[in-house]
Design a protein around this ligand. Structure first.
Ligand code: AMP
Ligand code: GLY
Length: 424
């Protein structure tokens, strides 16, 4: 088979790496990709928002399966463009990707179908939001730009003053662009966060291994929210009981709800969950693999990923026995100092060859590029240093060991990824 992957981050690198292990795969292309992906796939100089050009490419290169890694093109309807040309593509259609594309939509869906989530109100009028905050809100409270905002459109406000400022940023200044045309104001929840990625074929759902992300930029969960600074799988807090509850009350009900709404979901649903004192609740849905969740989940997956993608498209996921190894996996993101605000790029990365031939250690590229034959930094998140281990402590020790193998100016990382496991 010939495969095309659309995207350019660490998530797309691990997807490409996993596809490359399938005996069914003869050739992989990635658009636009990055320097690391270039080692397993041929890079195509097309951007993820060039839907028609990407479909032209898939047709002219006789691509058998296209996998969309990123949320923006999914929410924008790339799958519909491919399907209109009878091209096989993995990911939800536009009318289903709204599950991530509009938090107002997803909150209303959960309310309608009794899926546990935080209490909320939605606003399209800033003055009404302000009146609500002044008269009815209790603090802390959470403000969310409804649309896509690179995981940064969520503000946790401890006081009325902070909330008023936040509402102004989201709806007044439009700090997150049109994502802030609508805003969700949500009850603040406490508890452990767990990410559960799942494959969905419209009717059936099969979960992958659980993971826990570290969204804040600094050690001890301080600083700004980022796309994710590292994570680990499995989450020891995601017990059999929690899993059972989520299956009955959250996972299957979400798939059924989308179907009942005429928005059949095929692809990956990423459930962001909070294990609150009142039980698990949904923080958010994403309509694609997590980044860096995919980096710790896919190395543990034992299936041929192409079989699973095809089962999702064909509605035969119930026939797949999804299997994950007992190994644990930890990913530490190496970022450019200053991420997620301002940072320098173009720094040469040294030591990448240290990963060659080292089983169970992986260096997934997120923001890298080739310049004059050298690999340089080209983004905020640069590399996802990932290691498998016999248990979480072992995997963490190995990941931090490998963090020392690579170096670049401005290298920044958190020192406490997976530290939570010490509390178990
Ligand atoms: P989201 O993009 O909706 O997952 O939000 C980003 C992060 O903000 C989450 O991972 C949580 O850490 C935090 N967060 C979002 N919603 C809430 C909430 N209702 N209560 C507490 N924390 C939240
Ligand atoms: N790591 C969080 C996300 O992919 O949305």
């Amino acid at each position: 088979m010939k495969i095309l992957i659309v995207g350019s981050g660490g998530r797309e690198h691990v997807i490409a790496w996993k596809c490359a292990q399938s005996p069914r795969v003869e050739k992989i292309y990635c658009a636009p990709g990055n320097a690391g992906i270039g080692a397993v796939a041929e890079l195509v100089p097309l951007k993820a928002d060039q839907f028609e050009e990407l479909a032209d490419f898939a047709q002219s290169h006789e691509i058998d399966l296209t996998i969309i890694g990123m949320d923006d093109p999914l929410v924008g309807g790339i799958v519909d463009v491919f399907e209109a040309r009878s091209l096989r593509v993995f990911g939800p259609r536009k009318n289903a990707a709204i599950l991530e594309g509009s938090k107002a939509f997803s909150k209303d869906l959960m309310k309608k179908y009794n899926i546990p989530t935080a209490a909320y109100e939605t606003f399209t009028d800033k003055e009404k939001a302000i009146a609500y905050l002044k008269n009815e809100a209790s603090f802390p409270i959470v403000l969310k730009a409804s649309g896509l905002a690179l995981g940064k459109g969520v503000l946790i406000c401890n006081t009325l003053e902070e909330a008023l400022e936040g509402a102004e940023e989201i709806m007044g200044e439009k700090k997150f662009g049109s994502a802030g045309d609508e805003m969700v104001i949500e009850e603040f929840m406490t508890g452990r966060e767990v990410s559960v990625l799942s494959f969905v074929d419209g009717t059936h759902i099969k979960e992958m291994a659980s993971a826990q992300d570290h969204k804040r930029a600094g050690d001890g969960d301080t600083g700004l929210n980022t796309g994710g600074m590292g994570n680990f799988s499995p989450s020891p807090f995601y017990t059999k009981e929690v899993q059972q509850f989520c299956r009955e009350k959250i996972f299957q009900p979400t798939v059924d709800a989308m179907k009942a709404e005429g928005r059949e979901f095929k692809g990956v649903i990423f459930f962001g969950l909070m294990l609150t004192p009142d039980g698990p609740k949904v923080l958010e849905y994403n309509c694609r693999f997590g980044d860096p969740e995919a980096q710790v989940v896919l190395p543990r997956m034992e299936n041929d990923i192409i079989d699973v993608f095809e089962a999702c498209i064909d509605g035969t996921l119930d026939q797949i026995d999804l299997k994950f190894s007992d190994k644990a996996c930890v990913c530490v993101v190496l970022a450019s100092d200053g991420y997620p605000v301002a940072y320098e790029k173009g720094k040469e990365i040294r030591g990448l060859e240290s990963f060659d031939g080292r089983d169970g250690y992986y260096c997934f590229h997120a923001g890298t590029a080739m310049k004059d034959g050298r690999i340089v930094t080209s983004g905020g998140r640069v590399l996802g240093i990932t290691a498998l281990g016999d248990d979480l402590k072992d995997a963490r020790a190995r990941a931090y060991e490998a963090v020392e193998w690579v170096d670049f100016d401005n290298k920044y990382f958190r020192h406490d990824i997976a530290k939570a496991i010490d509390e178990v």
